[in-house]
Design a protein. Structure first.
Lengths: 255, 303
């Protein structure tokens, strides 16, 4: 029975479940109409969930178009469990391949930023590492130091000014003049050291530096990654800025 | 008189673990977190869907902790799928148990419904055919969940929009038997009862006559939508409007029969400002007081 009901919900035909329903059709709504109520309830619950996760995309696409995209996504990507706060993280990839949105290639990255924001929002709590926590590290060993990113840290690189578009979408703020979407790439760090999620813009070299640390590489190796992007990379200033911004949760120093 | 004083006293601020007064609460929505913390409204308790707090960390858990410090809390699940042929997933039960241990809710509830088949979750409360076989499956799943949590749960009567041909047990008897077999309590949703009575053409009072009112640990009140289906009226449980007059009438009836019970105002769609929900909860408290008054006077007469 449940397999037949699920098939009907997935739009694979009502025949099998309709035959098990009570009531003569002339005395009440048709089986299909009754099943439609459940189909609508399921679709609306998932669309509402996705609207909650992607408020900027809702604004950029318009509510009706977003709902259309969300319904199509829900049909091809049904949830695997009932924790809907973890549902819909792959919508940006779906949007990237969505024919009717192909004129707006930055939609997918705005969606990725919203996923990063949401992941940071619901991530584990951790006490941030402070500069003075590193006071005991011998200067000669600094290059071997490993830094553990705060569990809320998310990184996102985009060829579009994605955080500007995102802010404008959410803040009802009309930009002065048009936004030039080409040739204005962004490297972003999303982090929630306390109660508030912060979206920070990094330089490309700083992004590479953080990426190397996130991959578990040492401070020395991360510095080299950054210098490959920008030979004038200022290690002291970047490290101090990241520490002050509560980006790390701990450190490793292998003997 | 003493009852009235007790009912209007501030919420058990210093004793959130004390059994809650038999008064009304509301569903806690994220849109209302700040208002509640800033205004500390005089309300009996709050209820949340535990699935919305099965998180590693973050503001939702911080807010819930702050609100729980001042108010009793109920966990009302929508994701356990107790009516599924399969047992509730271990990881879901573990996550729920962690929330129960952390927030010490005074009630934990779920539904007579299913939502899961294999690794697919159907995001609605789907109808269970009321057969002896389904009762057996449901009873096993409720027993498993209660064993895992180490506490009693309440099971709620759902809104349904269809029925199955070969059903063998009327819904109130099904729930009574479920409670008898598993020791679970019942959550009586009067909006769902009204919606089902209208959709399936039965008398809600007769349904109540057959229902195990003694096992009820909580009442839900909500609004629903009235839609057209092939020229017939169909009522859809959407929690999108204030509680309707017919549902208030059923509430009066149940309180007159059973006395006051913790009662929840549920609202999930077209969310109004918190004050509107607070006013509905106060209305529920007034209705409950008036409906249980004759009984109180009789009792006083013999004192």
């Amino acid at each position: 029975m449940q397999a037949a009901f699920a098939a009907a919900m997935a739009g694979e035909g009502d025949g099998a479940i309709a035959g098990t329903l009570a009531g003569r059709e002339e005395e009440g709504p048709r089986a299909r109409t009754r099943l439609d109520i459940y189909r609508n309830n399921i679709a609306s619950a998932l669309v509402r969930t996705l609207e909650g996760l992607y408020p900027a995309l809702v604004r950029l696409m318009g509510r009706d178009f977003f709902a259309r995209v969300a319904r199509d996504y829900a049909r091809s990507h049904p949830p695997a469990h009932g924790r809907l706060l973890e549902y819909g993280f792959h919508l940006p990839e779906f949007v990237a391949g969505y024919e009717a949105a192909s004129r707006y290639p930055w939609f997918a990255d705005v969606g990725r930023l919203e996923v990063a924001w949401h992941r940071a929002y619901i991530s584990a709590e951790a006490k941030a590492l402070r500069a003075h926590d590193l006071a005991g590290v011998p200067p000669a060993r600094m290059a071997d130091l490993g830094l553990v990113l705060h569990p809320s840290c998310q990184r996102l690189a985009s060829r579009y000014p994605v955080s500007r578009i995102w802010r404008i979408a959410l803040e009802d703020e009309v930009p002065e003049g048009a936004i030039e979407v080409e040739g204005d790439a962004e490297w972003l760090l999303v982090v929630r050291p306390g109660a508030e999620v912060e979206v920070r813009t990094l330089e490309e070299s700083g992004f590479a530096f953080l990426g190397a640390l996130a991959a578990g590489r040492s401070l020395g190796a991360a510095y080299e990654s950054a210098c490959a992007v920008d030979p004038d990379f200022d290690l002291q200033a970047h490290l101090a800025g990241l520490l002050a911004g509560e980006t790390f949760a701990g450190f490793r120093l292998d003997p | 008189m003493n009852d009235r004083v007790a009912a209007s006293a501030p919420a058990g601020a210093s004793e959130p673990n004390r059994p809650p007064p038999n008064r009304a609460g509301v569903g806690l929505k994220s849109e209302h977190y700040r208002t509640i913390l800033e205004t500390r409204p005089d309300i009996g308790w709050f209820e949340v869907h535990p699935e919305n707090y099965m998180l590693e960390g973050g503001p939702p858990l911080r807010y819930l902790e702050a609100i729980r410090a001042d108010y009793p809390l109920s966990l009302h699940g929508v994701g356990m799928s107790l009516g599924s042929c399969e047992a509730p997933p271990r990881d879901h039960l573990d996550r729920l148990k962690a929330l129960v241990e952390r927030f010490e809710p005074f009630l934990v509830s779920e539904h007579l419904s299913w939502s899961r088949i294999g690794d697919r979750f159907l995001a609605d409360l789907l109808p269970v055919p009321l057969t002896r076989e389904a009762l057996g499956v449901m009873a096993d799943n409720v027993a498993r969940a209660q064993d895992h949590l180490g506490r009693r749960m309440l099971i709620e009567n759902p809104s349904t929009y269809l029925r199955f041909e070969h059903e063998e047990i009327p819904e109130p008897e099904f729930l009574a038997e479920l409670a008898r077999r598993t020791g679970c309590g019942l959550l009586l949703d009067l909006n769902n009862l009204f919606v089902c009575a209208s959709n399936h053409g039965f008398d809600p009072l007769a349904w109540l006559d057959a229902f195990a009112l003694g096992a009820v640990g909580e009442i839900h009140l909500a609004g629903h939508a009235v839609d057209d289906a092939d020229g017939h009226v169909i009522r859809v449980d959407d929690h999108g409007s204030p509680v309707g007059e017919e549902v208030w009438a059923l509430y009066r009836e149940v309180i007159a029969r059973r006395g006051a019970i913790p009662t929840l105002i549920e609202r999930d769609a077209n969310l109004p400002p918190f004050d509107a929900l607070l006013e509905e909860a106060r209305h529920a408290d007034r209705v409950a007081r008036e409906a249980s008054e004759p009984r109180a006077e009789v009792a006083a007469g013999y004192a």
